[in-house]
Design a protein around this ligand. Structure first.
Ligand code: SF4
Ligand code: SF4
Length: 541
């Protein structure tokens, strides 16, 4: 991993425009600012073209001989297929409303990280080959001929966009630069120019059902490990089932919850909740991943990875699917699922077996977000909660980009948080809900070799956390996304030391008073509950 400059250095961002026109500047592939290229073995697993060993920092990218034809044909196919792509290529009026809304521009000062200019990287090629004015007037119409250098520029900047869609909120025309980045990445993948941090998980998911490549027996073992952990903390033994046909609900969460702290504490929270309400649910050791790095690769790959969740729901004959705390999983479900693999008519419209609430918003996808499910339980008074168990946590909430901007999930997590914590403070209004700032590491960019850009891109999010940290003493950042749970801890350590990161259902698990539980002295992290510090010390002795 390249060393990251100190925060005092990285915080000095130069936003002055460069001397040369943007068409004459070329990216410098400096360690810390780009991701490693996709490995041949991973491209082969998923059948993507041009598998070879290559390095984006090398001069020769070993592109196929007909790389230009492939790219232009790929653009034509997509312009014909996706009306939104054609529209976004045509309608930008360069008003600049989006320019300063991207966290990567704010944190890097690089003009090509302005959404308007990021889109222009591909729009200029569109003009040159697909518009009359561009064909005739060339650079006077903002057109550029496609070169290998431009392929490298695309790679650099389309993997410096987290597809977060914040810019689209501010665009008067609704231009969604994330969709343009997705097209850019699709075209790059047609040349074998993806990044390995995405292609590795995609290949793993293809082979083993989850991004981490964990095989079914190991997946089950990990969940059973957390059954023991729950029992150690609460005295209650929960009893999950696996691949059980005829269960009412199939529960799917990102594999990060099963294998990486602090997501694992959130996993414990889920299982405690399900046990307490007597939910008839099953895990699948085959559809063992809610995340979908196909979204960051191509529409086709997203469809392929999404299909397994529904195939498994069909095989197990469940009624509906409950989904865990994930970010981009919900964008796939809410934005794309219906026209990719749905509608899932073989499932029933989700209905809470505990409250009777019918989740009309999920009547097509048949999949409910756990924050909605838990908020509904609390609203109906079905949970016995003791929020004082979280009294040592002064909490704020990071709206993950996808649940907020792709499904409008703003109030339910806050409603749950306020029920399970006594100390909750929102960050400033222009940094939350629909206007939330990205963690800086989404869309498959959460890799260590990209750490400098991750810290740069995470600066606006961190600044808002710092505000509530200094004003209210906030020491816990809650989120409902597995990537966030993995990437916000290093971001906080870098910019706002003293703030920890948690999932929503970790806090639910702490506050949940379970039937038959022993006197609880610690939270799910084995840290003393407020007021229990002395008892813990006595037990240690
Ligand atoms: S989608 Fe997000 S990361 Fe990409 S250009 Fe827009 S604001 Fe920046
Ligand atoms: S806000 Fe929309 S129209 Fe204005 S420059 Fe950005 S993308 Fe173009």
């Amino acid at each position: 991993m390249a060393s990251v400059p100190k925060p005092s250095e990285l915080g000095k961002v130069d936003h002055r425009p460069p001397q040369k026109p943007w068409t004459e500047t070329v990216p410098e592939f400096r360690p810390g600012t780009f991701c490693y290229g996709a490995k041949a073995k991973n491209l082969e697993v998923v059948g993507l073209p041009n598998p070879r060993e290559w390095n984006p920092a090398d001069e020769d990218w070993k592109l196929p001989d007909d790389w230009k034809d492939i790219t232009l044909k790929g653009m034509k196919d997509r312009l014909d297929k996706f009306r939104s792509f054609k529209l976004f290529m045509d309608i930008c009026v360069r008003c600049g409303a989006c320019a300063d809304k991207c966290h990567y521009f704010i944190g890097s000062g690089d003009p090509k990280n302005m959404p308007v200019l990021r889109a222009e990287l591909i729009r200029s090629i569109y003009r040159n080959y697909f518009t009359g004015s561009g064909k005739i007037l060339k650079k006077y119409a903002g057109a550029r001929a496609l070169t290998e250098q431009i392929i490298k520029e695309w790679f650099y900047y389309y993997y410096q966009c987290t597809e977060c869609r914040r810019c689209s909120v501010f665009c008067p025309y609704g231009i969604d630069t994330a969709e343009i980045t997705m097209m850019g990445r699709e075209l790059l993948n047609e040349l074998g120019c993806g990044i390995d941090w995405i292609m590795g998980p995609v290949a793993n998911c293809y082979m083993n059902g989850n991004h981490l490549g964990i095989q079914p027996h190991a997946f089950k073992d990990m969940i059973m490990f957390f059954v023991d952990e729950i029992e150690a903390v609460t005295g209650v033994r929960v009893e999950p089932t696996f691949n059980r046909k005829g269960a009412e609900v199939l529960f799917i969460t990102p594999s990060g919850d099963v294998f990486a702290d602090p997501g694992t504490y959130t996993l414990m929270g889920y299982m405690m909740l399900f046990h307490e309400i007597g939910l008839d649910y099953t895990w699948s050791t085959y559809a063992s991943e809610g995340g979908n790095f196909g979204l960051f690769t191509s529409h086709e790959m997203m469809k392929r990875l999404n299909a397994k969740m529904y195939a498994e729901a069909k095989r197990l004959k469940v009624k509906w699917i409950l989904g865990g705390e994930c970010g981009h999983m919900w964008r796939v479900i809410n934005q794309y699922m219906d026209t990719m693999n749905g509608p899932a008519d073989f499932l029933e419209v989700p209905k809470s077996p505990i409250t009777g609430t019918v989740f009309e918003n999920a009547k097509s996808t048949k999949m409910v977000h756990i924050a909605e499910f838990t908020a509904d339980l609390i609203r109906h008074g079905k949970l016995n909660l003791d929020p004082s168990r979280n009294d040592n946590k002064i909490v704020t909430f990071h709206d993950s980009c996808n649940p907020s901007r792709a499904m409008g999930l703003f109030e339910e997590p806050r409603y749950v948080l306020k029920a399970v914590c006594n100390h909750f403070y929102d960050m400033p209004e222009n940094t939350i809900r629909e206007k939330t700032f990205c963690c800086g590491s989404g869309s498959g960019l959460n890799t260590d070799e990209f750490m400098e850009m991750r810290m740069r891109g995470g600066l606006p999010r961190a600044n808002a956390v710092r505000y509530v940290h200094e004003k209210y003493g906030v020491n816990m950042l809650a989120c409902i996304c597995a990537i966030d749970r993995a990437v916000l801890p290093p971001l906080m350590n870098y910019w706002v030391p003293g703030v920890n990161v948690t999932g929503l259902h970790e806090l639910v698990g702490n506050a949940l008073v379970m039937k038959g539980e022993k006197k609880r002295t610690t939270d799910l992290r084995y840290e003393p509950l407020p007021g229990m510090e002395e008892e813990e010390e006595t037990e240690d002795v």
